[in-house]
Design a protein around this ligand. Structure first.
Ligand code: RP5
Length: 169
């Protein structure tokens, strides 16, 4: 269920609507944890002014964490980080002939002073970006911290069950 009525605490940004299918993995996690998020298409290259405007205004409106997914020469996470001191989590996406290696290097190789937490390329990265954001929010939210522990526990139980099924088939 979407958390439309709550004020968003996390922004899920992406450079293009072609990124949406992968970045929706982050939305799913926030829905699962009951964290209010806002998803926007904002590009470092195609809408640079609107991107900076959004970052500057979002900070004032109570947003706490930015997730930025982009492919090709992925500068979105970097440009967001250049305009805020809030945590920025980058998700490199496979959108070119280089299968995301270009985006990974652009996201992870930030110069000293402007950090971006880079996740893995693609869907696992989008999912982990949201879980990492939940982990950050859990530092000041005991309810969320308990949910995150339950999430890990049930993940372990699912894998153990699969192993058990495999051994007894
Ligand atoms: C990046 O260029 C976007 O994040 C996207 O991954 C990639 C290709 O964009 P489209 O040409 O599909 O709009 O800025």
């Amino acid at each position: 269920m979407k958390q439309a009525k709550q004020k968003p605490v996390v922004a899920i940004l992406m450079g293009s609507d072609s990124d949406l299918e992968v970045m929706s993995e982050a939305e799913k996690v926030f829905d699962q944890f009951g964290v209010a998020s806002q998803t926007r298409i904002l590009s470092a290259h195609r809408t640079p002014k609107q991107t900076v405007d959004y970052v500057e205004k979002a900070e004032q409106s109570g947003l706490k964490i930015f997730i930025a997914g982009a492919g090709c020469a992925a500068h979105l996470a970097g440009i967001v980080a250049a305009h805020t001191t809030l945590p920025v989590i980058g998700v490199p996406l496979a959108a070119s002939a280089l299968n995301g290696i270009d985006a990974l290097l652009a996201t992870v190789q930030m110069p000293g002073g402007i950090p971006v937490a880079s996740m893995a390329i693609g869907k696992a990265g989008a999912k982990n970006a949201a879980l990492f954001a939940v982990s950050i929010l859990s530092l000041s939210d005991a309810r969320l911290a308990a949910k995150l522990k339950d999430y890990r526990k049930s993940m372990t139980e699912i894998v153990l069950k699969k192993d058990q099924d495999l051994r007894t088939r």
